[in-house]
Design a protein around this ligand. Structure first.
Ligand code: SAM
Length: 230
């Protein structure tokens, strides 16, 4: 994905995203830890805590990548299945839970087949967020819970400026040094795909998670959307 090119849409976007993650899969974990200064571990931990499901509940980790969420879910004694469409990410996954190569917009899962869903840092990547939220509503049974993480724009002006500088300048440098510069230049640009927090909460309510709330983590660097299926 070239850094100056317009952001792709539709199936072109899906193809570009899959190719990008196949390219960076081998060093994804390393770059992630360096780039987030290790804070991503705490963000996933908080998301899993917010699920509040009974032990042994079945949780689907969507866009599981190399399995960070899967490991945390397993640690909390949930039954877990991970789904991702990047073969490269799945091959590099470090988890014993079952992993399925699939598009999270068309899950090979029965209606109301799961008690919970987690999804980390992939909302920006799907071709259609309303379709993704509808798919969540289809697979999560009534009373089931979702916990979705993604990057966000901090409310505080100073923190926002620092964050923007970090994402636009430092992240591509770290990515270029350790992995692939083009791919990590895409990361800040892909923020443009994310609707506002209010829009996402409204979309989730409309899809079947009316109590959805948004929690800001680390001063708003990351957002967590949690909700219950009616
Ligand atoms: C930034 S990585 C996040 C990986 C992991 N969830 C984490 O927290 O580290 C985004 C992942 O979303 C996956 N992805 C994006 N769109 C997808 C789709 N439509 N179906 C399946 N996986 C998708 C990518 O392949 C990639 O592994």
């Amino acid at each position: 994905m070239m850094s100056g090119a317009p952001l792709p849409q539709g199936q072109e976007k899906a193809k570009a995203v899959r190719g990008l993650f196949d390219t960076i899969a081998g060093r994804y974990d390393l770059v992630n830890r360096v780039m987030t200064l290790g804070m991503d571990v705490g963000w996933r931990r908080r998301a899993v805590r917010e699920l509040r499901l009974p032990g042994r509940a079945l949780v689907l980790d969507l866009a599981c990548g190399t399995g960070d969420f899967c490991r945390e879910l397993e640690r909390r004694a949930y039954r877990v299945v991970g789904f991702d469409f990047s073969h490269g990410m799945l091959v590099n996954a470090k988890t014993d839970v079952p992993l399925v190569e699939a598009d999270i917009l068309r899950l090979p899962v029965a209606d109301a087949g799961a008690e919970g869903v987690t999804c980390g840092f992939a909302l920006r990547n799907v071709v259609s967020l309303p379709d993704f939220f509808a798919e969540l509503a289809r697979v999560v049974r009534p009373g089931g819970r979702i916990a979705l993480l993604d990057v966000s724009e901090p409310d505080n002006r100073v923190v926002r400026a620092g964050n923007s500088l970090y994402f636009n300048r430092v992240v591509p440098m770290i990515g270029g040094a350790l992995s692939d510069k083009d791919a990590y230049s895409y990361l800040p640009r892909s923020m443009a795909y994310l609707p506002s927090p209010e829009e996402m909460v409204a979309m989730l309510a409309e899809a079947g998670f009316p109590d959805t709330r948004r929690i800001q983590l680390s001063g708003g660097l990351t957002q967590l959307l949690v909700g219950t299926r009616t």
